[in-house]
Design a protein. Structure first.
Length: 67
């Protein structure tokens, strides 16, 4: 059994270090926030019909070797 968890927290970091978890999939919050603000600005400036509502973010992956 392999444990994969979401978001890097003190607990998930400890689980990686203790070899309980093999992978943490984390949301890139800085990039997400930047894109949301950019979309809001574009929506105000261009109107919502000209702004794409879907964005794909590459998740941050943490392995035991990387913590």
């Amino acid at each position: 059994v392999v444990l994969v968890v979401n978001e890097i927290t003190p607990e998930s970091r400890a689980a990686l270090q203790d070899d309980y978890a093999r992978l943490v999939i984390s949301t890139p919050l800085q990039s997400l926030c930047r894109q949301v603000v950019d979309m809001m600005i574009a929506g105000v400036g261009k109107g919502m019909s000209d702004v794409s509502g879907q964005r794909f973010l590459q998740p941050d992956l943490f392995l035991p070797e990387s913590v």
